[in-house]
Design a protein around this ligand. Structure first.
Ligand SMILES: [Mg+2]
Length: 124
């Protein structure tokens, strides 16, 4: 198994469904179509904003010679995940479903693991 299968001792193991349920507690639920539309815009902007925060931490490390801060990356990836779970909810999806679909796609695309030639010659 990969090194990711051994969490640090201070990490509580939760499933994507557990995470989504916890994340839902910190956002409102919209039922009015106009409010759902606004929530989609909010979630999309939040998702891209958090991706930018991850990139900014990395940019500062790589180009401004800041010390590496995996703790900050972890925080920002968590923020990104919060928005990703919101987007999934807004479209009736689950994080587990998104994860499975991605794994299925990558297995089909790179059956022998990543190889540049498979990347260049992929069908989809
Ligand atoms: Mg953030």
């Amino acid at each position: 198994m990969s090194r990711a299968s051994i969490p640090p001792s201070n990490v509580e193991i939760i499933t994507p469904e557990d995470y989504t349920e916890l994340a839902r507690r910190t956002r409102t639920t919209q039922t009015d179509p106009a409010e759902i539309e606004r929530a989609k815009a909010n979630a999309a902007l939040g998702l891209t904003g958090e991706a930018g925060e991850v990139a900014d931490v990395m940019k500062k490390e790589l180009f401004h010679r800041h010390d590496a801060h995996p703790d900050k990356i972890e925080e920002e990836l968590g923020d990104l995940l919060w928005y990703a779970s919101w987007v999934a909810d807004l479209y009736g999806l689950t994080l587990t479903g998104c994860m499975q679909r991605n794994v299925d796609k990558l297995r089909a695309r790179y059956p022998a693991g990543f190889r540049p030639e498979d990347s260049r010659n992929r069908v989809k």
